[in-house]
Design a protein around this ligand. Structure first.
Ligand code: NDP
Length: 606
């Protein structure tokens, strides 16, 4: 037998599941903190400069006091998709109100080097067919996605009415006129018959509450406000030449860091990556999209077919074909393959959970072994291994991240789950050792799990003076994740309580956009002024949601993070952060039928 034959013949070593479960628990316990979400700092007051827009100067303008048919809060994918569908339905005066200096939402802010989408562009980028854009890569980079947002803005004529660098401060229902009054940080007080809200789940940057953070005398910024003036280079990947003589520390090794560390590694004199929990980093396999291939597949209706195929593959990997073939569909197919090994009569919830765990152990062993095949230094490789289930934290995919730790001058500083100890005038302290730095980059993520009003920056006052913050004090209540009783003509555009398809958020948004445009068109064509959901219909929807079995993402036994409320008891509101019990594919079918029926069941027009 040759060596190759022997290797092919060799069975993978049996996985010691008990050992793995023990190891996962030990690592989780190291990272667990009593202060949960309170460990992070809200960026305000003296820290407010971390939020300033480094990309576009703020331009003076007169306050708006006019009226529009539809105002949308947030100029990211949710606002763009909704405004596009409304424009198609004949609503010409849609006003997008956006805190950034242009459209793009998360892609406006996140211009860090290496930023790219993690779900295949063909399904991630909305309205590709409508705009005729072919993504240049399987996973497009941020500048292309930002340009695509601008393309949608131009094509659907959304720029003239848009208000950039503007944050809403209050939203009040004017019952006498059946319209909303919108006030903003720029002195606007205009009205809109309808309002949409799509501010995104991760739009408020946060800082780690590390003692001494305000003392550092060097330069510092958050990854979502990348300071190219300081670093040199640019978002398209040009070398950050101004870092050639700099000692840079980056705090955090989540999905953002995984993408920007390779770029920092090749630019900095010394790079220190301060790690509390390693990310799981699987193969990316990016590449250009072939225009000939694209011309073949891009027949009418192609993107909807791809979206549905992707979702079908997510929903237990049930589709016969996998058009998209990315990390997410691979993950679902693997789990399904394991479950299918069970004889039909043995497919109980318990056995399926065990099959899921088996599939996850195998995948995570593969991902951990990958580290050894790439990273030269044994101690660094050991510390880069993730000891938790793949869906406990955001799964990452990258083909240059682990390699970056082989670059001379790039150092992993593992904090053994404890985090950075202190920040001094000169740098960062871990385990009593100070690392002197010129610059600290905070790759510390975004607020999740804080109060809705705090993240949105405003409260909503609906019928009879009811505040949304009060109405949702015990958790979100909606129908379809879109309507809230007592808040007429208001639409939420986001995944929760709808399809809840986390692996491709834009699909949730484009479907909600379609639903909203249809309702607004129906109201206009039939002379209705108000669209609202009855309390009974909302209750029925929430009751249905509560029959769901549970989530695959996060979980109380997982390593702490924003997927599981930092490992703390999630509280009663969290059980409402769910989706349609039968899954995303079933939700999309359901909502399509709901729209087609023309009955608008549960929603009243008057
Ligand atoms: P994350 O919240 O995922 O990561 C924050 C990082 O900061 C973690 O590694 C965290 O450690 C670390 N950290 C926090 N406090 C400390 C401390 N005191 N000491 C040391 N380290 C600390 O933020 P990201 O910006 O990386 O990603 C946020 C989300 O944005 C992702 O989960 C994903 O949903 C999205 N995203 C999507 C991308 C895409 O689609 N292409 C790309 C990038 C981000 P610990 O893990 O221990 O908490």
């Amino acid at each position: 037998m040759t060596m190759t034959e022997q290797a092919q013949d060799a069975k993978p070593a049996a996985i010691d599941k008990e050992r793995l479960r023990r190891k996962y628990r030990e690592e989780r316990n190291k990272r667990l903190r009593p202060d949960g979400n309170d460990q992070y700092l809200q960026i305000k007051g003296q820290l407010a400069h971390y939020l300033e827009d480094p990309y576009t100067p703020v331009v003076d303008r007169a306050p708006k006091t006019d009226h529009v048919t539809f105002a949308f809060i947030g100029g990211g994918f949710a606002g763009l998709a909704t405004a596009a569908r409304l424009t198609e339905a004949g609503v010409k005066d849609v006003r997008i109100v956006e805190k950034g200096g242009d459209f793009g939402g998360t892609w406006y802010w996140n211009r860090y080097p290496g930023a790219q989408c993690d779900t295949a562009s063909m399904v991630y980028m909305p309205l590709l067919e409508e705009t005729g854009h072919m993504p240049s890569e399987k996973y497009a980079h941020a500048p292309e996605i930002l340009a695509h947002c601008q393309r949608i803005g131009r094509q659907f004529n959304l720029y003239d009415n848009a208000l950039f660098h503007t944050e809403v401060t209050s939203l009040d229902w004017d019952a006498a006129q059946s319209r909303w009054i919108i006030r903003t940080t720029r002195g606007d007080a205009f009205t809109a018959q309808y309002v949409g809200i799509g501010t995104g789940p991760l739009h408020v940057p946060k800082l780690p509450g590390i003692p001494g953070i305000e003392r550092f005398k060097g330069h510092s910024f958050h990854t979502s406000r990348w300071d190219y003036d300081y670093t040199g280079g640019g978002p398209k990947g040009a070398l950050m030449d101004k870092l050639a003589d700099k000692r840079v520390g980056i705090i955090g090794t989540g999905a953002t860091s995984v993408q920007c560390i390779p770029h920092l590694a090749r630019a900095c004199k010394e790079l220190y990556a301060f790690q509390r929990t390693p990310s799981s980093v699987d193969v990316r396999g990016n590449g250009p999209i072939d225009p000939d291939w694209f011309a073949d597949i891009a027949t009418p209706g192609w993107q909807q077919r791809w979206l549905e195929n992707f979702t079908a593959n997510q929903a237990g990997g049930s589709a016969e074909e996998d058009l998209v073939q990315d990390g997410w569909t691979d993950l679902s197919k693997r789990i399904r393959a394991k479950i299918m090994l069970l004889p039909r009569e043995q497919r109980s919830v318990e056995n399926m959970r065990a099959a899921f765990e088996d599939s996850d152990f195998e995948k995570m062993e593969e991902i951990r072994n990958r580290v050894d095949t790439i990273v030269g230094d044994a101690e660094t490789a050991k510390n880069l291994k993730a000891w938790y289930g793949q869906l406990c934290k955001r799964p990452c995919f990258h083909d240059a991240y682990l390699q970056a730790f082989n670059t001379p001058g790039t150092h992993l500083v593992d904090t053994d789950g404890k985090g950075v100890e202190e920040i001094t005038e000169n740098g960062i302290v871990v385990a009593g050792k100070e690392y002197a730095l010129d610059c600290i980059i905070y790759a510390s993520g975004f607020e999740v799990g804080t109060e809705y009003k705090r993240r949105a920056g405003f409260d909503v006052t609906g019928q009879d003076g009811i505040k949304l913050s009060q109405y949702w004090a015990e958790g979100m209540r909606t129908k379809h994740g879109i309507h809230v009783h007592g808040f007429p003509n208001l639409f939420f555009v986001q995944p929760t309580q709808g399809a809840n398809l986390i692996s491709n958020v834009p699909h949730n948004l484009t479907e909600a956009a379609r639903t909203i445009a249809l309702m607004v068109g129906h109201a206009r064509d039939n002379g209705f002024k108000q669209i609202e959901v009855s309390r009974q219909a909302e209750d029925r929807w929430v009751e249905l949601l509560l029959t769901a079995v549970g989530r695959m993402i996060g979980g109380p036994d997982c390593t702490p993070g924003y997927y599981n409320n930092e490992g703390r008891e999630p509280g009663p509101a969290a059980k409402l952060n769910v989706g349609y019990p039968a899954g995303a594919l079933a939700y999309f079918k359901y909502i399509d039928e709901w729209r087609r029926s023309g009955q608008f069941e549960g929603v009243q027009f008057r």
